[in-house]
Ligand binder design. Structure first.
Ligand code: ATP
Ligand code: MG
Length: 335
């Protein structure tokens, strides 16, 4: 396969006090060269786990039970530690959910960015020049002075730019961004997203972008996978999935976006009733059955098939013909 990333029927557990807890229950998706693919879903559904599995950054208690991960024809799930280091140094980078954890608090920024180039074989002086250029590339206005600072001396948005600069050092074919704007205020978030969007056209890397904010996915991505309880339940181009959502969960998520016209402060989110299944619960059939407003007995007894909607757009639902029966959220009046 020539996909920048191909995750194929991945089943993954975390071992908790000796007991495996299933977290990914057959995740399949592909990020094509140059494409931005978004993974969206509520907290705990397995987005970060999928990202870690994609570059094999799994925590020690994570275990792949089934399935495999490929990148540009190479099987990550079969790489030795050395091959994996090489792969991460040359072909793929990850921006983790928390930028503070991605940097060393006691090293100056310049040293850390330069190191990203030194591991690729550049000399100290070459790496310094590259580091300056890398900081300019992420639109840092005064790279010389930022090089001399320590992480705690930078704002969250600035630090995230630095982390992105380090991730881009190897000109990755695949860039994985896990909630790159969590914890940033709205203005800074918009700036960081603008930056990633600009960089996309310069870089040509494939991007896997994880977010729980649908608006972010919509503006940044070409295709989206909607994840629920360790499975992708719907996939398609962002236009298709947002304009013609075809899984009850996706509809629930879209309904939970604050309605237009509401004042910022009295926005009220429509929340989907019920809770995520606990990790480790057996889930023989549809993962969404307990919260689904249109579930029937069939949904409890048979795994839903993948139902194509249009080119490349599919839903994993027994009743895509009954989506109109899903109640609209109650509009909150402005007066
Ligand atoms: P969020 O939006 O909050 O970042 P997520 O979709 O990224 O959520 P994951 O971090 O992938 O979710 O976690 C999926 C599930 O696995 C959660 O129930 C989480 O508590 C659990 N989990 C994550 N890491 C571990 C671990 N190392 N050991 C045990 N359980 C874990
Ligand atoms: Mg996460």
């Amino acid at each position: 396969s020539t996909a920048a990333l191909a995750v194929d029927d991945l089943h993954l557990s975390y071992i908790v006090r000796g007991t495996p807890r299933a977290v990914l229950r057959g995740v399949t998706f592909e990020v094509r060269p140059g494409e931005a693919y978004g993974l969206v879903g509520e907290s705990g559904c397995g987005k970060s786990t999928s990202a870690y599995a994609a570059l094999r950054y799994l925590p020690g208690n994570g275990r792949i039970d089934e399935g495999r991960v490929m990148s540009n024809g190479k099987e990550l799930t079969a790489m030795s530690a050395r091959e994996l280091r090489e792969f991460r140094a040359r072909e793929a980078s990850m921006v983790f959910q928390d930028p503070v954890q991605a940097v060393n608090p006691v090293l100056k920024i310049g040293r850390q960015v330069a190191e990203a180039f030194e591991v690729m074989g550049q000399s100290k002086s070459e790496a310094r020049v590259s580091a300056l250029a890398a900081l300019e590339r992420v639109r840092i206005a005064s790279p010389e002075s930022v090089m001399e600072r320590y992480p705690y001396q930078l704002s969250g948005g600035m630090l995230q730019r630095v982390v992105i600069a380090m991730a881009l050092a190897c000109d990755p074919k695949l860039l994985v961004l896990d909630e790159p704007t969590t914890g940033l205020d709205a203005t800074v978030e918009a700036e960081v997203l603008d930056l990633v969007r600009d960089l996309r056209s310069e870089l040509n890397s494939a991007i896997l972008l994880i977010a729980h904010n649908l608006g972010v996915i919509r503006t940044m991505c070409d295709r989206v996978g909607v994840m629920y309880a360790g499975r992708i339940v719907e996939e398609g181009t962002v236009e298709e999935v947002f304009d013609n959502p075809s899984h009850p969960y996706t509809i629930g998520l879209l309904n939970s976006i604050p309605r237009k016209g509401l004042q910022k402060d009295d926005r009220e989110l429509f929340t989907i009733p019920g809770n995520l299944p606990q990790i480790g619960d057996p889930l023989p059939t549809c993962v969404y059955v307990d919260r689904c407003p249109i579930a029937t007995d069939l949904c409890r007894t048979e795994v839903p098939p993948i139902v194509p909607r249009s080119d490349g757009h599919w839903t994993r639902c027994h009743h895509p013909d009954r989506l109109d029966d899903i109640p609209e959220p109650v509009e909150i009046s402005e007066t």
